[in-house]
Structures are given as C-alpha cells and as structure tokens.
Design a binder for this molecule. Structure first.
Ligand SMILES: [Zn+2]
Length: 342
C-alpha cells in the first residue's frame, strides 16, 4: 500500500487547486443544496406558494399583482366587482393623504366596502424613507402594501418596495427624486385594521463632528469663477482642526494638490447608498488616515482646514458625492429620520 500523497491521481488536484479554494467550493455547494431543498419543500407545500415564488421572485410581481392575476383566472377581473377593486387605488390617489417628515395613523378597511388608502410624499435623491406597518385585527385576510414612485415619463407608479405588516422598521434609500406613494388595500371583502408610521430624512451621518445642516454655507450648484462653473458639493464651515468622519465603510485615496488641497476620495463600493459611488472631502488641514486604507463608517479621516483654493476663505469642509457626475449631497445630510411616537 503506497502513501496516498504519492498517489499519481492526486497530483492534478494538488497542483491545480489550493485547499482553501476547495473548502470554499464545498461550502458553496452545501449552501446551494440547502437552498434548493428549501425551495423544493416550499413548492411542494402548496401550489399557491409555488405560484407566489415564481411570480414574486422570478417575474418581479407584487403580491397585489398576484391577486389581480387570481381575479382574472376566477373570471372576476372584468366584472363590476373586479373593476371596482382594481380602480380603488386610482380613486384614492385623487385625494391622497399628504405626509410630511413624520406621520403616524391607525385606520381600518370595512369588509363591505371596496377601498384603498394612499399616502403621498415628495422625496429627494439620497433621502431615507423608513416605515413600520402592523395589523390591528386578528383575521387572516391579506393586506397589500407597497411603496411606489411616480414615473415622470409615463403615467405609471412602479413599485420600489413592499411593506410587510410585521411591525418591524424597514427602510428604502431614494435613488430618484420625485413623488412617492404608499398604497394599502386588503383583498376583496376583507375587514382589516392597521397602524402605519412613516418618516423621511438623511441617509448618511453628518461628515463634520458637532456640525449640522445649518453650517452649510455654500450649496450645490452655486456659481463659481464668475459663473464659468458650478459648485459640485456643499461647504460645511467649522473651526480649523474639527474632525471629519467617514460617512460609510469604504476605501480611501488621499491627494495634496489642485483646487481641493489636502483631499480624500472615499469609495463606498459598487452599490452605494442612493446609487452614490464616491465621497469627496477637500481643503483638509491634515489627514488621520493613509491612502489605500480601509475605513469604517464614523472613523476620523482628517481635520477641517483651508488648503487648496480655500486659502483665502475661512476653514471649511467641501463635501461632494459622485455617481457618474456630481449629485447634491444636501438630501443625504438631512437629520436622520425618526418614527413619531404613538
Ligand atoms: Zn466647496
């Protein structure tokens, strides 16, 4: 019996694959099998689950759209009843409830009426919308709830998120400014009571310690060099030496020249909040990090100064957000949203 290590059959494995790579592949295979097994069990449990899985996961349909599809199959969709149910959202949208920075309500749907409830809110790119939806009744009937964004090209309201009535706080970062609506509707002839809390505000922590929105002295888009160019960020005024923080986990590159003087590019990865890719900090007095470092959200990057073309102005942080082109950082930097108390 030879030693297994000298077995010629082992040689291609030894040469071609490192043990850690094999280990990762094995884990991935086991994980896949577990997931697949779950899916098989789900599908076997009931036909409805399988339909929901296919429609919801694969086609991107909302639970409400699945219900509409079921009305169609039952031959009810074109009936006066079906038409009243599907038209309820547009009827409610004629007189939506307008929502401010914070909102809380408790409402119900009577089982002998066909209605939808619509809450409308205007949001800017970079804001965070948070919500909490819970059921106040004991029935098993379904409540369809979604966040939809007004599509300014068409007349439609595509879904951006679904609300579950589980009482948990959920959120959505706005990647396109405009009108949004929260739509709630129970299935046909269901009596449902619910409570809904909503709030919106900034999605990023403020980049200058102990400063806030009122310290922003020059806004995005303000003219520069006699109108030859526009301001591609916001200027946050603070005392020289005030710490500057990373607004997200990421990777930093520093530079010392040009109009930005001592500056930092923080990259938040491919899927940044609100589609943001890069955060730019300029006119720093000094750095606390080194180019190439990985940083955590809240970590100090450096200190406020007036290097670069800010030599003749009081110390401030120029803060920019880029995703392809520059985006207005102000909505990202609003105070964080807080749900109103009961
Ligand atoms: Zn500036």
């Amino acid at each position: 019996m030879g030693d297994t290590i000298s077995n010629p059959l082992m040689k291609p494995w030894k040469r071609g694959m490192r043990p850690w790579l094999l280990f990762i592949l094995l884990i991935a295979l086991v994980a896949l099998l577990i997931v697949r097994d779950d899916l098989r069990q789900d599908a076997a449990e009931s036909g409805e689950t399988a339909v929901r899985y296919l429609a919801f996961e694969k086609l991107g349909w909302s639970p409400r759209e699945v219900f509409v599809w079921r009305l169609r199959l039952a031959g009810l969709l074109d009936s006066p009843l079906g038409q009243e149910w599907t038209g309820a959202v547009e009827r409610a949208s004629d007189k939506p409830v307008r929502v401010g920075d914070q909102y809380r309500t408790s409402e119900f749907f009577a089982d002998d009426q066909i209605e939808a409830h619509v809450y409308q809110v205007t949001l800017e790119r970079g804001e965070l919308l948070i919500w909490q939806l819970s059921r106040q009744d004991m029935s098993e009937s379904r409540l369809y709830a979604s966040v939809e964004r007004h599509d300014s090209d068409g007349q439609g309201w595509p879904n951006v998120a679904y609300l579950e009535a589980d009482g948990a706080t959920k959120s959505h970062v706005v990647s396109s400014s405009g009108d949004y609506r929260i739509v709630l509707q129970p299935e046909l002839f269901a009596g449902v009571a619910y409570s809904l809390a909503l709030a919106h505000g900034g999605s990023l922590p403020f980049p200058v310690v102990a400063a806030s929105q009122r310290d922003i002295g020059s806004r995005f888009g303000a003219p520069r060099d006699g109108g030859a160019r526009e301001h591609h960020g916001v200027d946050i005024f603070a005392k020289r030496g005030t710490p500057i923080k990373a607004v997200t986990d990421g990777h930093v590159r520093t530079g010392t020249g040009g109009i930005g003087g001592n500056h930092v590019w923080l990259s938040g990865g491919l899927l940044g909040l609100g589609g943001a890719r890069y955060y730019y900090y300029a006119h720093l007095d000094s750095f606390e990090i080194e180019s190439g470092d990985r940083v955590k959200k809240g970590e100090i990057l450096g200190y406020v100064g007036n290097t670069g073309n800010a030599r003749t102005t009081p110390p401030h942080l120029h803060f920019g957000i880029y995703s392809g082109g520059p985006i207005d950082p102000a909505p990202f930097l609003k105070p964080e949203p807080v749900l109103p108390d009961r």
